[in-house]
Design a protein around this ligand. Structure first.
Ligand SMILES: NC(=O)c1ccc[n+]([C@@H]2O[C@H](COP(=O)([O-])OP(=O)(O)OC[C@H]3O[C@@H](n4cnc5c(N)ncnc54)[C@H](O)[C@@H]3O)[C@@H](O)[C@H]2O)c1
Length: 290
């Protein structure tokens, strides 16, 4: 199998990441089915496709024909079996909970054709923790997009010890077909490349806030105006989700037992309050005001 054999893509999860990954695949000519267990998430993803595509035409980024073709390429269903049955390549972008991902992959293994590659977009769970839930571990791989997936160019491909050369190559090639810039991570490592680097910045920023050294706004300003980052760590966390930051830190702690890995108190507080960032209207910043 090579990348040209990939025609049908299934995206599992229509949340923050999944709805954009699915639309991206549809824009680049893949017949894409997007599935989620929450019907409202699917409706929201469909509404997004219906407004995003005409918007791209207005901006001159897509022709009317390209937008129409993309809309035809994408469909939405709450049935995983339906979404997976013709898939050549699956990108799982469901919630960051290991047991849920393992169950999704076990189901995908039953529903997908035998040649299908099963990729996870997980930010932190390496695919070897999921691969053994299937009978095709050599076809289970990390394909990590960045938020927003329609815009950000980087894709991290993690080649765990169980991943075949063919699976890694097809995943790299598929990323290029989607006009992304893939990087190959040759060993499974916590945080992959970029989150490992940014994790250090984010942890430092959180503790500076916690110790009352500066406000979230001023720490963000320092990163933007001093280091040239497009946004500071707090604004970025609001975009990617404080819930995700909480879950990732908790998972890290479960593995390491190191108290330093626990989410800092202010992250726990926001998680408990349901203030996840942009998606809930409030996080480090307030998005309910104009
Ligand atoms: N948010 C980010 O910036 C970001 C960036 C890169 C990777 N990721 C990863 O992408 C994945 C999704 O993150 P997100 O931010 O889109 O989360 P999200 O909470 O916005 O969306 C997750 C979606 O998964 C759905 N879901 C839950 N269980 C499911 C199941 N069994 N089957 C199908 N759908 C299910 C939920 O209904 C929800 O719509 C996570 O693994 C995360 O680590 C997130």
């Amino acid at each position: 199998m090579n990348v040209n054999d990939v025609k049908n893509v299934c995206v599992v999860g229509a949340g923050n990441m999944g709805h954009q990954i699915a639309l991206l695949c549809a824009i680049y000519g893949y017949k894409t089915t997007c599935t989620d267990v929450v019907p409202e998430a699917l409706k929201k993803a469909e509404n997004f496709a219906n407004t995003y595509l005409p918007g791209r035409v207005e901006k001159g980024r897509l022709t009317k024909e390209q937008a129409e073709a993309a809309r035809k390429n994408i469909s939405f269903t709450s049935s995983l079996e339906e979404a997976a049955k013709n898939a050549d390549y699956v990108i799982e972008a469901a919630i960051e909970v290991l047991d849920i991902k393992r169950k999704v992959f076990a189901d995908l293994d039953r529903f997908c054709p035998p040649q299908a590659i099963l990729a996870t977009n997980s930010s932190a769970i390496v695919s070897s923790r999921i691969a053994d839930a299937t009978k095709r571990p050599e076809k289970v791989v990390n394909m990590h997009f960045f938020n927003p997936a329609l815009v950000m160019k980087l894709v991290e491909v993690v080649k765990g010890p169980h991943v075949s050369d063919e699976t890694a190559q097809i995943t790299m090639d598929l990323s290029v077909k989607l006009e992304k810039v893939p990087v190959l991570i040759k060993k499974e490592v916590d945080g992959f490349l970029l989150n490992r680097i940014f994790g250090v910045i984010s942890r430092e920023a959180l503790w500076m806030l916690e110790m009352g050294i500066a406000s979230a706004e001023d720490i963000d300003k320092a990163c933007v105006y001093g280091a040239g980052h497009p946004m500071g760590p707090f604004r970025l966390m609001d975009l990617t989700g404080i819930d995700l930051a909480y879950i990732m830190a908790t998972e890290r702690f479960k593995k390491s037992g190191d108290l330093a890995d626990l989410p800092v108190p202010s992250v726990t507080e926001k998680y408990v309050q349901g203030n996840y960032g942009q998606k809930s209207g409030k996080g480090w910043y307030d998005y309910t005001k104009k």
